[in-house]
Write a protein that binds this ligand. Structure first.
Ligand code: NDP
Length: 329
């Protein structure tokens, strides 16, 4: 069994030196436990926060211990109520080839309904984040103009498409390259821009000349400031992530314009997907319907080999992914 340990805590941008590949024995299950041969592991921006030794909504990763995170794989040993060898399960012990876990911490998924990797992305955590953030947290209504940052990523690409399918009037996205902007147009975004092409505030004004009703924030900083400027009276923002500042060592410089919240009666609401388990069934039904009829598409960027998980993570922070970043183990 090979697994990735956190060797040291990054200061600012992480590097390969912060990680270590470690070989261990393949574990054997005790009572109530199963061993899972991981097939795909999820690579997620929030992991950067867990590499710092600070109190947050999830505990920090320990040094010299394996990282963890979402994974899907096949049960190869152990048996407990509702789980048997051969089952495909979703669980939280990624970043290793073999995971030993309490059977109750695994959810059996049906590999005949969707490719197993989909349970980490479009039909999994990032899909539900998009669905809950857009429809519940920001309460998007048909006809409204929606702006989403990080729009070519796992969450953002779902936000834009769900907005379109739920009847948004105009969907605008921003991303970090011309190729990503092109992809957003193909996914049905009405307008898209590369945020490197000028001040985000100007690019957004051009893309949404009449302003926006809903902003889905994956990025923070200059994007959030621009969105606050463009939000209309009673506009809402779902604050999902602020990836532009995860590697910052100084407090963020933007937004400067929070006073606008008052006159425009804006609502900015942070949320965590873990609070929206009650929407999972509805989300799975609606999104799998769109997948079946071909009205929703999704991208995945797959890196092969557990030894390459650190570089996949660094690549995610640099924007090398289109859609969901995964490691095939
Ligand atoms: P993505 O697939 O969107 O990957 C991250 C992307 O962020 C990169 O591809 C890159 O794209 C973009 N990015 C990196 N640096 C910057 C920057 N300085 N400015 C603008 N964009 C940048 O990841 P996810 O879809 O998994 O996550 C998206 C966001 O949602 C993150 O902020 C994450 O923390 C958050 N999140 C929050 C959850 C919650 O419960 N609140 C749950 C899941 C995710 P580009 O090339 O466009 O720069």
């Amino acid at each position: 069994n090979r697994e990735i340990h956190l060797a040291s805590r990054p200061q600012g941008w992480p590097t390969e030196d912060n990680f270590r590949l470690v070989e261990t024995e393949v574990p054997s299950p005790g009572p109530g436990q199963i061993v899972v041969r991981n097939q795909y592991i999820s690579v997620d921006p929030y992991m950067r926060g867990r590499m710092n030794d600070v109190k947050s909504y999830v505990p920090p990763f320990a040094l010299d211990a394996p990282l963890d995170g979402g994974a899907v794989g096949e049960v190869v040993a152990g048996e407990a109520e509702g789980v048997r060898p051969g089952d495909t399960v979703l669980h939280g012990l990624g970043w290793r080839e073999y995971a030993l876990l309490d059977a109750r911490a695994a959810r059996v998924v049906d590999p005949s309904l969707a490719p197993v990797a989909a349970y980490l992305g479009v039909l999994g955590m990032t899909g539900l984040t998009a669905y809950a953030g857009l429809l519940d947290v920001a309460a998007m209504k048909p006809g409204e103009t929606v702006f989403v940052s990080g729009a070519a990523g796992a969450v953002g690409s779902m936000v834009g498409q769900i907005a379109r399918l739920r009847g948004a009037g105009r969907v605008v996205g921003s991303a970090g390259s011309a190729a990503k902007v092109q992809r957003l147009r193909a996914l049905g975004f009405d307008a898209a821009f590369d945020y490197h092409d000028g001040p985000v505030r100007d690019l957004l004004k051009e893309a949404a000349p009449d302003g926006v009703d809903v902003y889905f924030d994956n990025v923070g900083g200059e994007h959030l400031e621009a969105a606050i400027s463009s939000l209309r009276l009673h506009g809402r923002a779902a604050i999902c992530g602020m990836i532009a500042q995860y590697n910052d060592t100084e407090p963020a410089a933007a937004p400067h314009n929070l006073a606008m919240l008052i006159g425009k009666r804006l609502t900015l609401r942070g949320f965590l997907v873990s609070d929206f388990g009650h929407l999972r069934e509805q989300f799975e039904q609606e999104v799998s319907g769109w997948l079946r009829d071909g009205t929703l598409s999704y991208d995945e960027t797959v890196v092969d080999g557990i030894e390459n998980a650190p570089s996949a993570f660094l690549g995610l922070l640099r924007g090398e992914n289109l859609g969901k970043m995964l490691v095939r183990v």
